[in-house]
Design a protein around this ligand. Structure first.
Ligand SMILES: O=C(O)CCC(=O)C(=O)O
Length: 237
């Protein structure tokens, strides 16, 4: 897609909520070779073919162990070149006024269908970079939808506005996310909200790297095909 300048309300939204959805940023056609390559790899690895799970190699793993195992096994030619484009970097530069760098390329985020009942319990909430909420934004993580991902279909979950939380409130919220306390009350008290990064193939979510996020359970009947790139930000010259 051609570079598009972000407008002021998108900038304001990103900085207050900690994330921004760019709808249909990549074209469906651009993503088709990635979808085919993922299916070829899953078949080569004897994990999934013809709409069915093969063998039992990943069955003993929890949904989240499955995601990291698949991400390390599946090699997708052209993943980074297709997703981490000049337009994505330009959108990030527009949001932050700084130049994005990604030293590790892009990683696939894949989950198999029917991982179990969808739930907000026992998830793996984390931040990838520990940083002060009042300081400058240290980085952005991009999440790309390579295929359509429906609600409860294994999309990444993010906690909007959590990049601004500090001290005791942040500690209490993390505690409530881990335990099975009253999650609704904890979200209200911290003025945060769970966002599911579901949507259509081509959608991209740009997330402040200080935002709490987690993999989720894929309860749907299709493979969750997403990928991610972590960008650090350097002062523009
Ligand atoms: O698998 C996912 O959706 C979450 C990935 C994640 O937590 C991360 O890349 O830091």
């Amino acid at each position: 897609m051609a570079a598009r300048a972000l407008n002021q309300s998108e900038l304001d939204f990103f900085h207050s909520e900690g994330y921004l959805r760019l709808s249909l940023f990549h074209s469906k056609d651009t993503l088709q070779p990635l979808r085919e390559s993922i299916l070829r790899e899953l078949s080569r690895l004897k994990v999934w073919a013809g709409g069915k799970r093969l063998g039992r190699s990943l069955s003993d793993l929890s949904p989240f162990q499955q995601i990291s195992k698949l991400s390390s096994m599946v090699k997708i030619a052209g993943l980074d070149e297709t997703l981490n484009t000049a337009e994505i970097r330009s959108a990030i530069a527009g949001l932050t006024g700084r130049t994005p760098h990604s030293s590790q390329g892009s990683q696939p985020l894949l989950s198999l269908p029917h991982q179990g009942p969808w739930s907000l319990r026992n998830l793996a909430w984390h931040v990838d970079v520990a940083a002060k909420p009042e300081g400058e934004i240290p980085g952005i993580q991009a999440f790309y939808l390579i295929d359509d991902v429906g609600s409860h279909g294994g999309a990444t979950l993010a906690l909007a506005r959590s990049h601004r939380l500090a001290g005791e409130l942040a500690g209490r919220l993390r505690g409530s996310l881990k335990m099975s306390g009253d999650l609704e009350a904890a979200l209200r008290a911290s003025n945060t909200e769970i966002i599911e990064m579901s949507g259509r193939a081509g959608d991209v979510f740009l997330m402040d790297i200080r935002v709490l996020h987690t993999p989720s359970v894929n309860s749907a009947n299709r493979i969750r095909m997403m990928a991610t790139t972590r960008f650090t930000l350097r002062a523009s010259r």
